[in-house]
Design a binder for this molecule. Sequence first.
Ligand code: ATR
Length: 352
Amino acid sequence: MAADAEQGEGVKVVPRMKLGSQGLEVSAQGLGCMGMSAFYGPPKPDADMITLIHHAVHSGVTFLDTSDIYGPHTNEILLAKALKGGVKERVELATKFGITFVDGKIEVRGEPAHVRASCEASLKRLHLDCIHLYYQHCVDTRLPIEVTMGELKKLVEEGKIKYIGLSEASASTIRRAHAVHPISAVQLEWSLWSRDVEEHVIPTCRELGIGIVAYSPLGRGFLSSGPKLVENFSNDDYRKYLPRFQAENLEHNKKLYEKIVEIAEKKGCSPSQLALAWVHHQGNDVCPIPGTTKIENLNQNMGALSVKLTPKDMAELGEIGSGDSVKGDRYSPGTRTWKNSDTPPLSTWKDV
Ligand code: ATR
């Protein structure tokens, strides 16, 4: 069913694209590495994941996405192993700071000392002299964004990071941050079933010339596999607790998946390829970073780059995930997202 690309043969060369206006260039599709080590069930064997990462890089998927909180730390350590032996020179490595676990609870931290300490720790774990793209994973709303950005700017000046990114940031936070130092990429959840960024966040990125990195473009696997995905969640799979995967919402959300399957069949591609092609067709400033732990899925996902969608296809797909077609929020209540990422004005800030 997966056209062209079941084994990646449909894509001879993964195109390259610019992210932002500061010179960052990445593969037009990236690889989300989180699920290799954390959140989506038990960590996968290092050796298999290193083989997968090498296969991705060899195939032209060179934009690798991690964070210090994945594990914590183990995903960065895995990447360090995978990047040995000349691989690091061939990749664009993005990592993130700002979410920490303290006594089992999540703390969001963006104060300058934490920014610096996190960066230095990631550099050490990754065995890098410079991080290509360093994101604030989640905005710390206790302090003005300008204060966090001031430290990131210093890290750029010192050559410890090359480009700055934000994740889950509102339009106004992005605008304020960008005024301190140009932001090269904003990472946000954007997929057929997560559309809330389209009204303000995406247009702001475009106005400011900021690259858009779409995470969870496969709806954490739901857009690829539908409700059967949930049956295979292990107890430590974090998706088990997300609203959209709860039984009361799943029955409703199943209809969206069925429509994806129907359209994918017509297009001669797999549901994953259709979901990714929809993101790729949003513009040449958008880079999806599907996560996978399997070579065959990576190959299939690369095949999305050769799926052509007409304006009619895009309109039809645009319809299926809009309005009340999806039941359940993206995250559990109380989670920090772009919607509650506004920070106090700089004028109120007294550094102590
Ligand atoms: P995230 O960004 O959070 O990783 P995602 O990219 O939307 O989320 O989806 C990741 C999920 O999709 C993973 O469960 C992955 O499972 P595997 O590790 O088993 O691949 C699944 N996935 C990725 N590509 C897939 C494909 N081509 N077919 C089926 N499932 C796929």
